[in-house]
Design a protein around this ligand. Structure first.
Ligand code: UDP
Ligand code: MG
Length: 317
């Protein structure tokens, strides 16, 4: 029986995937227990799938899932977890920013009886100031907006027990924010802290647009607060308008300065239109996601699976 499954999402990682395989193999071999490395190729347009297929041919512990196109990091992780069979499942980025050696500490905690062991970043090396600041702000904003206890500065680098993995697979929601879902399901959770290294090679596969979508998913799937904002702002604006209306009536009745109101009329109209559009946008973010759920499309489409039929190697170990 396979003891550990390591899930590695890869998107255009031809420069790093070989090295991450080596490091992961080195670390996992020291456990002396049967394991599998599942690379999920998220529609790479470079040599990544060929490189992994080759590794897969030569190493019976390696598996490859090829998506039909790019479905995104969170979906790739989900597919890896769905197709894993280990008693403990570890999710780790391919770029070696999360040091594979930390997996051993996670395994220790798991053996102590924890069901989820997540990696908490003490420091991030080699990332832009912008990324560090926005990430820090985002994690704190999200935790202030939701009642789910989502740990801050924690990515998807974590170990989860089989039973947690099965529960996660039974959640069919689209636009997944995996690290939030893992917190939401509960179980006994603990952290190991680590220093996030620099990317081994290549560039980040999370440009600003993907980061924004990711942040929006995190907030919308775990908080209604933005929707409530419309109510609060609505009341506030209605109250202010009422006062302004009283002022206007008084001016009309008791003075003759009512014509010179062009600037103030325009200002009020601009503010109100801005607020209304913003609120509509927020509502739209939620409706779009409801629409995604209503369509009920599969989360991902697998083009091909390699290495999954190599059978159980526990007899050799
Ligand atoms: N990734 C993916 N699909 C995507 C974007 C990224 O599978 O659409 C993978 C990528 O190959 C890497 C991990 O997700 O293994 C994290 O991406 P990256 O290191 O670029 O993000 P960052 O660390 O810069 O936030
Ligand atoms: Mg990275």
């Amino acid at each position: 029986m396979i003891r550990y499954s390591i899930v590695v999402p890869v998107f255009n990682e031809e420069l790093v995937v070989e090295e991450s395989y080596k490091r992961l193999k080195q670390v996992m071999d020291t456990t002396n227990e049967p394991y599998e490395l599942i690379f999920v190729n998220d529609g790479s347009r470079d040599k990544t799938p060929e490189i992994v297929a080759k590794i897969c041919e030569n190493d019976k512990n390696v598996r490859l899932i090829n998506f039909s196109r790019n479905f995104g990091h969170q979906t790739a992780i989900t597919a890896g977890m769905d197709n894993s069979s280990g008693q403990a499942v570890v999710v780790i980025d391919a770029d070696l920013q999360d040091p594979p050696e930390v997996i051993l500490q996670m395994i220790e905690k798991w053996k102590e009886g924890y069901d989820v062991v997540y990696g908490q970043r003490l420091k991030r090396k080699g990332e832009t100031f912008f990324k560090k600041v926005t990430a820090k702000m985002f994690y704190r904003l999200l935790s202030s907006m939701t009642s789910v206890d989502i740990p801050v500065d924690t990515g998807d680098f974590r170990l989860i027990d089989r039973k947690v993995c099965d529960v996660m697979s039974s959640l069919t929601e689209q636009n997944r924010y995996v690290r939030g879902l893992v917190s939401w399901v509960g179980f006994r959770q603990t952290a190991v802290t680590y220093v996030r290294d620099e990317r081994f090679a290549g560039e980040t596969k999370y440009p600003l647009k993907k980061m924004l979508k990711f942040a929006m998913d995190g907030i919308t799937t775990f908080s209604y607060k933005p929707l409530k904002l419309s109510t609060y702002v609505g009341f506030l604006v209605a109250g202010a308008s009422f006062i302004y209306l009283l002022v206007v009536i008084c001016l009309r009745l008791f003075t003759d300065a009512t014509v010179a109101g062009w600037a103030s009329t325009l200002a009020v109209s601009l503010i109100f239109n801005g607020v209304i559009l913003m609120m509509l946008g927020i509502i739209g973010e939620y409706i779009g996601r409801i629409y995604d759920e209503a369509k009920g499309r599969p989360l991902y489409i697998i083009r091909e699976k390699l290495g999954f039929d190599k059978g159980d190697d526990s007899a050799e170990k």
